[in-house]
Design a protein around this ligand. Structure first.
Ligand code: ATP
Ligand code: MG
Length: 236
């Protein structure tokens, strides 16, 4: 995963803070035992069902998401027949270009038909200032259900305020994105997307069986229980 980020950084796809965000995620993944916890598995089933039932689902991606799991995002978009929108916090023409060309190369290699948005923003997310507010009217603006992995807390909040169902993937159950999102999957991004890709689309649980604060509490409890690990009893 680190190597993928190094390669992406060299291609100009990442913001300077990308490694910091990744490091924070890695730390939480250790505390969760580097596995998909049951509450995250359930939340990802709920998320897949919401995306499937949406009128205008959109998968929003930033630099870290493209670098770590660009293929999986495109495959999920194809499975859901929905667009992917590049939506970055530190927006520059160079980074946008690097991300769009990386996604287009992946599309060709995978042979998937997915619409990639973000190049021509013609709308703004209310409540946000500057380039980070930009989005496409055909994409994020009109989306009713949005997947925003590794999203910034402010933007997550602004999207929820627009009345959208915002699905967050974030290893930190305490982050503002995790708390403010409508459905939060506390899991590592690529592991979560692989799970969603292998899930059957039928017989998924619906969002009325999802309890947001309970799901976050379960993730926190997994971390706290993990802390009861005893080194003296460990074989390695
Ligand atoms: P917030 O703004 O939501 O309060 P933050 O400022 O800590 O959170 P950001 O830097 O905006 O976080 O986004 C990075 C988030 O993504 C962190 O919460 C981190 O735990 C999470 N993260 C990083 N890498 C991964 C990954 N591979 N899979 C899942 N989550 C990740
Ligand atoms: Mg933040």
């Amino acid at each position: 995963m680190r190597h993928r980020l190094e390669v992406a950084a060299k291609k100009g796809m990442l913001a300077d803070s990308a490694m910091i965000a990744h490091g924070r995620g890695e730390a939480y993944d250790y505390l969760l035992g580097e596995r998909t916890i049951p509450s995250a598995h359930f939340a990802s089933q709920i998320a897949l069902q919401s995306l499937q039932q949406a009128e205008h689902p959109v998968l929003s991606v930033n630099g870290n998401v493209v670098a770590l799991a660009g293929d999986e995002v495109l495959q999920l978009a194809e499975k859901l027949n929905c667009p992917v929108e590049v939506n970055i916090f530190y927006r520059t023409p160079e980074r946008m270009h690097a991300l769009l060309s990386d996604l287009n190369e992946r599309k060709k290699r995978l042979g998937v038909e997915v619409e990639i948005l973000g190049e021509n923003p013609d709308a703004t997310i209310p409540g946000l200032k500057g380039p980070r507010a930009k989005c496409e009217s055909r994409g994020i603006l009109q989306a009713d259900v949005l997947l925003v992995p590794l999203e910034d807390g402010d933007r997550c909040e602004a999207l929820v305020a627009m009345g959208k169902t915002v699905i967050v993937i974030d290893l930190n159950p305490l982050s503002r994105s995790s708390r403010r999102g409508s459905i939060t999957i506390v899991d590592e991004l690529s592991r979560c997307l692989e799970n969603m890709l292998s899930m059957p689309m039928q017989d998924l649980p619906t969002s009325d069986s999802y309890n947001h604060s309970q799901s976050l509490q379960n993730a926190l409890n997994e971390i706290v229980d993990g802390m009861k690990y005893k080194f003296s009893e460990a074989k390695d």
